[in-house]
Design a protein around this ligand. Structure first.
Ligand SMILES: [Zn+2]
Length: 297
């Protein structure tokens, strides 16, 4: 069990890592650790997370009331308190604006495709909580829909949130979210994203027990999504296609014809391939023709 002083020093260290990695700019981001059922330590308002000292930390109760500290608590304290209400197992919360993951949050693209085995096994998926004005009561409500089933969330047009049974686990989950976002961005720029099959995802989920990975909810697919009685999502939705003949990887042939950003990949291929051979599905060809007709108007 870490003492209050040790926890304050840990928060300083995690803040420094967030800032050094460029996950926050200016005074962005906030961190909290639950001390017991009624008290938590939070970062103060309006301070760069890269330059904090342990004496800046604020202790509050579970109703946002300050118990000790010279500064005001984080402006996003309500979001942290919502996490602790929805997740009795959560002991720490890290919120930041890592640029690639936040880019996905701005584009409205959740990190929910079965791409990396390790992410499927650990976080399952990273959905996007609907847009809400930062620091208001709207934000905890928007997050709450996903909190029971997920350890990582994107916040639409804002940033990302990671939850853990201890501070460093929550911080490492934030690293995983940003790393996953970077890899997803690269695969989409390359114009192709092979997905793990649904059968492989089920197999990976089976490994959770073997490796002692505590997950708040099971994996489900978009056609088997489960909501609980409170309207909260009760499983981790992962996009994974059925595999023909037991294949573990499935080429996502439709991806390039789905929407603007992805279509850009197909366009780029057409432009850069010169005289080389191009293979297009009917769907891609139709999308290209529609695009060309639109440009003529
Ligand atoms: Zn924020």
């Amino acid at each position: 069990m870490r003492t209050e002083e040790q926890i304050k020093a840990d928060i300083v260290e995690v803040g420094r890592r967030l800032w050094e990695r460029g996950y926050v700019a200016s005074n962005d981001g906030n961190i909290s650790v639950r001390l017991d059922d009624s008290r938590l330590i939070t970062t103060p308002k309006s301070v760069s997370k890269g330059f904090m000292t342990p004496d800046m930390m604020v202790v509050t109760d579970s109703n946002s009331k300050k118990l000790s500290g010279d500064r005001d608590p984080s402006s996003e304290l309500k979001m942290h308190l919502q996490v602790y209400r929805d997740r009795p197992d959560a002991r720490a919360v890290v919120h930041a604006h890592p640029p690639t993951a936040t880019g996905f949050a701005v584009a409205g693209i959740p990190l929910d495709r079965a791409v990396l085995a390790e992410v499927v096994t650990t976080l399952g998926s990273i959905p996007i909580a609907e847009y809400a004005t930062p620091s208001t009561d709207e934000l905890p409500i928007a997050c709450s829909k996903y909190l029971k089933a997920h350890d990582g969330l994107l916040l639409a047009n804002h940033g990302a949130l990671a939850i853990g049974p201890d501070l460093f686990t929550a911080y490492h989950r934030m690293e995983t979210i940003e790393h996953f976002a970077k890899i997803s961005l690269v695969t989409r720029q390359l114009g192709r994203e092979n997905l793990l099959s649904r059968q492989e995802v089920v197999r990976l989920q089976g490994l959770r027990g073997m490796y002692g990975i505590a997950s708040p909810a099971p994996v489900c697919t978009d056609d088997t999504i489960v909501m609980d009685a409170d309207g909260q999502v009760a499983c981790q939705v992962v996009q994974a296609p059925d595999a023909p003949a037991g294949a573990r990887l499935v080429a996502d042939l439709h991806q390039r014809s789905r929407g603007g950003a992805v279509m850009g990949g197909a366009d780029a291929r057409v432009l850069h391939d010169g005289d080389g051979e191009i293979r297009l599905t009917y769907r891609e060809l139709t999308a290209l023709i529609e695009d060309a007709v639109r440009n003529l108007k």
